[in-house]
Write a protein that binds this ligand. Structure first.
Ligand code: ADP
Length: 197
């Protein structure tokens, strides 16, 4: 089983690249942002709670997100592997993920981290906000808040996987195709390593 994390700040291209990666390599795309937005659209109690955090640029509480991921695993028991996008976003989430995967007798193979500078990110997010209908992409102060949350709460997750020697930075500026090629190259390298060649 091959489990990947696509890591990076808001607007770094995780969603776009994840879709292409699962198309090429198979596996299940697990985006906690998408799952939360689906809960919001269906007006579930979880969605209503999540919306109040998302609209302010804050993280949804760990226990809510971890519970949601756990249920998603139950729905996809036969998955060959997962591509995690936007999760884990805190060290507590990373530790919970390690435990959940251990129960499934598997682990994270690799963390691919898209690196993009902040000015480029703000530009991309404001642009996306024009068409996505996402309330958290239209207000620059909410976007800046998401970056500060990223720096404070999410960037320590990088250290968690660096210690495990699983962290691989990838240049995230350039064309979608060029970045996709860089990601594929890193994945092929990992696949070769795991098959013992
Ligand atoms: P982006 O990466 O552009 O911020 P996402 O769709 O991944 O977009 O996330 C949107 C929002 O959903 C986040 O700002 C946060 O409020 C919430 N969210 C998504 N994933 C998580 C998570 N793993 N933990 C806590 N909150 C999350």
């Amino acid at each position: 089983m091959f489990n990947l994390i696509l890591f990076g700040p808001p607007g770094s291209g995780k969603g776009t690249q994840s879709e292409r990666l699962v198309e090429k390599y198979g596996g299940v795309h697990l985006s906690t942002g998408n799952l939360l937005r689906a809960e919001i659209a269906q007006k579930t109690p979880l969605g209503l709670e999540a919306k109040s955090f998302i609209d302010k640029g804050q993280l949804v509480p760990d226990e809510v997100v971890i519970g949601m991921v756990d249920s998603y695993f139950d729905l996809h028991k036969d998955a060959r592997g997962f591509l995690f996008d936007g999760f884990p976003r805190t060290v507590a989430q990373a530790k919970a993920l390690d435990r959940l995967l251990e129960l499934k007798k598997t682990a994270i193979s690799s963390v691919l981290a898209l690196e993009v500078n902040e000015e480029e990110l703000v530009k991309r997010l404001l642009n996306r906000g024009k068409t996505s209908g996402r309330s958290d992409d239209t207000d620059e102060s909410v976007i800046r808040k998401r970056f500060s949350v990223y720096t404070d709460e999410t960037s320590p997750v990088a250290e968690h996987y660096r210690k495990a020697r699983k962290f691989h930075p990838i240049e995230g500026v350039g064309s979608v195709d060029a970045i996709f090629d860089r990601l594929c190259e890193a994945i092929e390298k990992q696949l070769k390593k795991e098959s013992g060649h």
